[in-house]
Design a protein around this ligand. Structure first.
Ligand SMILES: Cc1ncc(COP(=O)(O)O)c(C=O)c1O
Length: 476
């Protein structure tokens, strides 16, 4: 949040003439060199590179140096630091241009909020109880929470929530609420749930049962039922995915509820909906079943830096007020209540969220969701037309395809990979031009990687199903 809080859209040629005006106005070539980007140390093995665990990488960094005695007079230090920042900014513009793999909307302009960076805004404590730290943004936080509570159909006097540090914190909180409501409950989560769900189980020492998934990545409710029946004596706490990390699969919430009720768990279950990725998109997808507190769910969380597009990680967690009393306690020195995971909380984040929600509103988000889904179909169709197998779940903008052979290419486009598959998450900042640019490069590179026929594109049938795999065995 230093300097301009825009994302450099103008630098990316967003002024329509394809030029990069800000880049042209950059200061002269700085005297310092940007350290080479630190890459995780890898070992080669079976054509893939794996991160070497258990070792810190200290090959390159911006060192912190003690000021020289005469720095104030010469101004040298200030000049060096300005050069480092200018170079770093340039690298961010470049990396932003080639970003496709993470579900982050990089298209925003928060210039109007630059004036607030001089303040140490901290919302420590409960959003609904004023603490004695006065430099806070609770007014914005509660406004944002009200907006989400309306979206998920929970009355103002029946909900509780807070702006979290990220989607992970939302999951940690939602599962903690479930555990407090049912202290002896077992946590159920599909295998394709985000790792933060399993981390919660470890942190809270909860028994955790992994449920199988369909090829789409959706939870398999027959397996869920089987596993429930093996543990009939203990209540169930379930993490339902509103968009899985790798395949963007949306678990069938209605079927999960039906399975619980038909297995004899009425009033003995707690559902947390992990909507980190897709929680704010699904309300605007016509065919999708609703995520709503009119159904017997306990909490919903989303990430704020994903579809919404915030320049810092943040998220939203909403739960039922009646649950929160079970886990909170008063803290005298704050003159507030402790019901959050973290102590100090980023007071800038709610203002950024508030700003975007106000600017875009429901209609703006709806348009962006439709654009993302359209562009995701475009990408999938173009991949298929180029002879590359790809899968796109009906309610998703995550396009899954073969892992590119070359790690350099993976890094350049910042693709998230797992085994033989990679994905592109089509966010509002991913337009057709960017997709065409990516597709052109991918097709050109593949022609080189696979030109002599000795090496073949990987089979991805196990991950996405035979019909979505175009490997030599499954090509029609
Ligand atoms: C399904 C899902 N849940 C939770 C998270 C964690 O979100 P965050 O990165 O905001 O902590 C992610 C991150 O990608 C995710 O995909």
């Amino acid at each position: 949040m230093v300097g301009s809080v825009g994302n450099g859209a103008a630098d990316l040629g967003a002024n329509g003439n394809g030029k990069a005006p800000h880049l042209e106005q950059q200061p002269e070539e700085p005297a310092v060199a940007l350290p080479m980007e630190m890459e995780p140390e890898m070992v080669e093995g079976e054509g893939k590179r794996e991160v070497v665990m258990g070792r810190n990488m200290h090959t390159a960094c911006f060192a912190v140096k003690e000021p020289d005695a005469d720095d104030d007079e010469t101004g040298e230090r200030e000049a060096t630091m300005a050069s480092v920042l200018a170079l770093y900014r340039r690298s961010l513009v470049e990396r932003t241009k080639h970003h496709l793999g993470y579900p982050y909307n990089l298209d925003f302009d928060y210039g109007a909020l630059a004036q607030l960076q001089h303040f140490s805004i901290n919302n420590l404590g409960d959003p609904f109880i004023e603490s004695n730290y006065g430099v806070h943004s609770r007014q914005f936080e509660v406004g944002v929470l009200d907006w989400f509570a309306r979206l998920w159909e929970l009355e103002k006097d029946e909900y509780w929530g807070y702006i979290t540090n990220c989607g992970t914190e939302g999951n940690l909180h939602g599962i903690l609420v479930g555990r407090e409501v049912f202290p002896d409950g077992i946590l159920y989560a599909s295998r394709e749930s985000h790792y933060s769900v399993f981390k919660a189980a470890r942190m809270y020492r909860m028994e955790c049962v992994k449920v199988d998934t369909h090829i789409s990545g959706e939870i398999d409710c027959s397996d869920f039922e089987r596993k429930l029946m093996q543990n009939k004596d203990k209540p169930a706490i379930i993490n339902v995915n509103i968009g899985t990390t790798v395949k963007g699969a949306v678990d069938d919430l209605d079927l999960v509820i039906k399975t619980l009720e038909e297995s004899g768990f009425q009033d003995r279950f707690y559902i947390h909906c992990d909507g980190a990725l897709f929680g704010l998109m699904i309300p605007f997808v016509k065919k999708a079943a609703k995520v709503t507190f009119k159904k017997p769910i306990g909490s919903v969380s989303v990430s704020g830096h994903k579809f919404v597009g915030c320049p810092m990680p943040c998220g939203v967690q909403v739960t039922r007020l009646k649950h929160i009393n079970a886990l909170s306690s008063n803290v005298e020195y704050l003159a507030s209540r402790d019901a959050t995971i973290m102590g100090s909380r980023n007071g800038h984040a709610p203002i950024f969220l508030w700003y975007t929600l106000n600017r875009k509103g429901y209609r703006g988000f709806q348009k962006e969701v439709q654009k993302c889904l359209r562009n995701a179909h475009y990408l999938k169709d173009r991949l298929n037309a180029a002879g590359i197998g790809a899968m796109l779940n009906e309610l998703s903008s995550t396009v899954v395809f073969e892992r590119p052979k070359d790690e350099e290419f993976v890094r350049r486009w910042q693709l998230a990979c797992e085994g033989n598959i990679a994905h592109v998450v089509v966010m509002p900042s991913v337009n057709i031009d960017k997709l065409d640019y990516f597709l052109r490069e991918l097709v050109e590179k593949r022609a080189v990687w696979y030109k002599d026929g000795i090496c073949q594109p990987p089979c991805i049938a196990r991950d996405v199903g035979q019909e979505s795999c175009f490997c030599s065995l499954h090509k029609k």
